[in-house]
Design a binder for this molecule. Structure first.
Ligand SMILES: Nc1ncnc2c1ncn2[C@@H]1O[C@H](COP(=O)(O)OP(=O)(O)OP(=O)(O)O)[C@@H](O)[C@H]1O
Length: 726
């Protein structure tokens, strides 16, 4: 006889519920007993359900430790009523804010301050440590890279006997103060030809815009620069002598500005380490996780002490808001969280995403945030305080790439200080300064101009140089719209060499957040196709090309692209014929300036790959189209609220050029508004400002990760404590 099924009534049982005429004798639903074998519930099986009981029992045990540390308890927050939003409430917020530290780490700058402060302190996110060689001595090739010249007379060791390439080049520079430097600096020929191409495009664009373009401007610049004789200035005649950080073998490390101002040839030698690179772990320069953690800890601790006067034993009484990228690396976030709660022992920590912070800072409820940092550019659409996950893009270029390109272009035009090497500290600072002063995206600035600057190398006489510029001041920042010209091969060197990617322990799928628009870069036409597209642009007038936006399967988000075309990638001809449903249009002007600059994506074998790049305007259109998902109203809303933040967005004329290019691409966008931060706030600190606004809100209790919770659940607490799907 087959076994009786427990949850099904037998014919005999059913019979009991029915009368002879087969009608039920009552209308109550019959509830059958549950088959215990197949029954599942997660009641009291999930961490968050148990947590509340654990916390209560902690309190019952008289665990008042946290309260003794002085930070506000849940009970205090409950006292708040909607009615007390007056002066008292503001005062309360200020007091609360003074106990919250907001930390926004960047590839170049760490921004740190109390949530109650008006502005953060900016500390270069760098540490100098004792080493046998400085970073410029360690690097074999200078930055920007030069063509190798076989019989370069400068290869002779100079009279100091120092034969390192850096020292040799510096030696020749010393000579250049007295001997006229005739030879043109050698810049890679493929760079030269791209530079020439962009320059021609700019000329025709300027002519179209009825601007005067003088013939032979570039030749004038080159001739002047070649003949320029630099001038030596005696130390006592130089009122702006550089102040170098005094060092001695007793000082094991320096951080921030002090580190940047250590002479490259100091005794003892120091080497600079930047813990973040392209917005993630710097696995290129670090060889051990422990050293990385130590450096981040030292930079943070010393910044807290020097800038905010916060001693180590105050940490336990303070809360910390950590600002993280929108498309974060999961291991980076968990490492930082662990550091702040275990090493620093902050009372509680909360995580906040950069683009949401930017909307808080600007007071926007919805916006498309374009954050151009030093080494990465991130674009995300935010709607009612939440990032639209599929709109997140992270491109591996930023202000630093503009600086390098600017120097490359100057060198191509016979820049008289031909030995500039951005690995040298004083040269890096000089190059940044020249870029900030002269780079501009205003066509009106594209004229032959004369500038001068001083090279102040440690222990040497100051040398005054003069140089002329023409279109390089425009074309260097223009590389954001034409990233093909950027030097990208070193970008992902060493990536994943220390921290492996985080995988889900159950299904072995990468844990990092997924964004469809970032993944769609897998599907963009690969480099070969892009080049064909560009050829077509050169030959024709205005063309409209469309890139298939087909949504890939949920593959992990990342940085790198295979160089070969993906199977089934559409050819340019196919692209132009695709229908418009869910597609992005790229309008390329007859001048050929607008172009798709390279495809992108990620994979587990980063070494052989190239990093994620896409022209800025194309990337914005892509991000918005993924956020709007075909809804025209939403798309218009995002286009009417594009907010430019980050240091790289401060180039003059960027807003205007971006607007022009977006209109060209999308036609009538309705109300296209590209905003800069309101109230004249510095775009570099807007994200920090927004996070500080959030940090001051004392009604955000559920997002704070407290020591006790972290002790019990570790990073498993994150799904319950983030404002987004962790
Ligand atoms: N006035 C300016 N004009 C142009 N660029 C500028 C200006 N001021 C700063 N920058 C550039 O901004 C960059 C630094 O920006 P920011 O501090 O936002 O970067 P970060 O947060 O350290 O980096 P990331 O976002 O890549 O991690 C540098 O490349 C710097 O040259």
């Amino acid at each position: 006889m087959p076994p009786r099924k427990a949850n099904r009534p037998s014919k005999k049982d059913e019979g009991l519920a029915r009368t002879d005429n087969n009608l039920k004798n009552h209308s109550w639903p019959i509830i059958y007993p549950i088959n215990q074998k197949n029954f599942y519930t997660d009641y009291l099986k999930r961490d968050d359900q148990a947590l509340v009981w654990r916390q209560r029992s902690d309190v019952a045990k008289g665990d008042r430790e946290v309260k003794d540390r002085g930070f506000q308890q849940d009970g205090d927050i409950e006292k708040e009523t909607p009615g007390n939003y007056g002066k008292e409430y503001e005062e309360q917020q200020e007091v609360w804010g003074s106990r919250v530290i907001v930390i926004h780490p960047g590839s170049r700058n760490l921004r740190i301050g109390r949530a109650s402060d008006a502005l953060p302190k900016t500390v270069p996110n760098v540490i100098a440590r004792h080493s046998t060689q400085s970073e410029s001595e360690e690097e074999v090739e200078p930055r920007p890279k030069r063509l190798k010249i076989e019989d370069d007379p400068r290869d002779e060791p100079d009279d100091t006997g120092d034969s390192t390439p850096q020292r040799r080049t510096r030696g020749s520079s010393r000579k250049s103060a007295s001997i006229v430097e005739k030879e043109a600096p050698q810049v890679d020929s493929s760079f030269q030809s791209l530079f020439h191409e962009l320059s021609q495009d700019l000329k025709s664009q300027m002519r179209q815009n009825k601007r005067r373009v003088l013939p032979n401007s570039r030749e004038t610049v080159i001739n002047h620069n070649k003949k320029y004789i630099p001038e030596n200035i005696k130390e006592h005649n130089d009122p702006y002598r550089a102040e170098w950080t005094p060092v001695s073998s007793g000082f094991m490390h320096f951080i921030g500005h002090e580190a940047l101002h250590i002479a490259d040839n100091s005794t003892p030698r120091y080497k600079l380490f930047w813990p973040l690179r392209d917005g993630v772990f710097n696995e290129h320069d670090y060889t051990s996780k422990r050293r990385w953690l130590e450096d981040v800890t030292t930079i943070l601790k010393e910044s807290l002490l020097k800038e905010l006067n916060i001693q180590a034993n105050d940490y336990r009484t303070l809360s910390a808001v950590l600002v993280i990228p929108d498309l974060y690396d999961r291991i980076y976030v968990t490492e930082m969280l662990d550091l702040l709660l275990r090493e620093f022992q902050f009372a509680q920590v909360c995580l906040f995403q950069e683009s949401v912070a930017a909307t808080y800072g600007a007071g926007f409820s919805s916006a498309c945030i374009v954050d151009i940092g030093a080494q990465k550019t991130s674009i995300s659409c935010v709607e009612e305080g939440m990032v639209v996950p599929d709109s997140r893009l992270n491109l591996k270029f930023g202000g630093d790439d503009v600086t390098t390109t600017f120097m490359q272009m100057l060198l191509a035009n016979s820049f008289p200080y031909s030995d500039i090497n951005l690995f040298r500290r004083y040269d890096y600072l000089l190059a940044e300064d020249l870029k900030i002063k002269y780079a501009s995206l205003n066509e009106a600035d594209v004229v032959v101009q004369f500038h001068n600057f001083h090279v102040r190398a440690p222990g040497e006489e100051t040398i005054k140089y003069g140089f002329k510029t023409y279109d390089e001041i425009y074309l260097a920042p223009f590389s954001l719209f034409s990233p093909r010209i950027l030097e990208l091969e070193d970008k992902l060197r060493g990536r994943r060499s220390l921290w492996a990617r985080s995988f889900d322990i159950y299904d072995d799928v990468p844990n990092d957040p997924v964004s469809l628009v970032q993944n769609s870069l897998h599907k963009s036409p690969a480099n070969e196709d892009v080049e064909m597209l560009e050829d077509i642009n050169h030959n024709g007038g205005t063309l409209i090309k469309q890139i298939n936006h087909s949504v890939p399967n949920s593959t992990p988000t990342g940085d790198i692209t295979p160089k070969t075309p993906q199977p089934g990638s559409p050819t340019p001809e196919e692209l132009s014929e695709l229908p418009d449903g869910g597609l992005v249009s790229i309008v390329t002007g007859g001048n050929g300036n607008n172009r798709v600059g390279g495809s992108v994506v990620e994979d587990s074998e980063p070494e052989n790959e190239t990093p994620a790049i896409l022209p800025l305007d194309v990337a914005i259109v892509q991000s918005i189209s993924y956020a709007a998902k075909g809804d025209e109203k939403r798309s218009k809303d995002f286009f009417s609220g594009i907010l430019l933040v980050g240091g790289g967005s401060m180039t003059s004329g960027l807003n205007h050029l971006l607007e022009e290019r977006l209109v060209k691409q999308k036609g009538n966008l309705g109300n296209l508004i590209i905003s800069s931060p309101p109230r004249e706030l510095d775009p570099q600190v807007l994200v920090w400002k927004g996070a500080s606004v959030f940090g001051k809100l004392n009604s955000t209790n559920e997002v704070w990760i407290k020591q006790g919770e972290y002790d019990i659940l570790n990073s498993r607490v994150l799904p319950y404590k983030t404002l987004w799907m962790w």
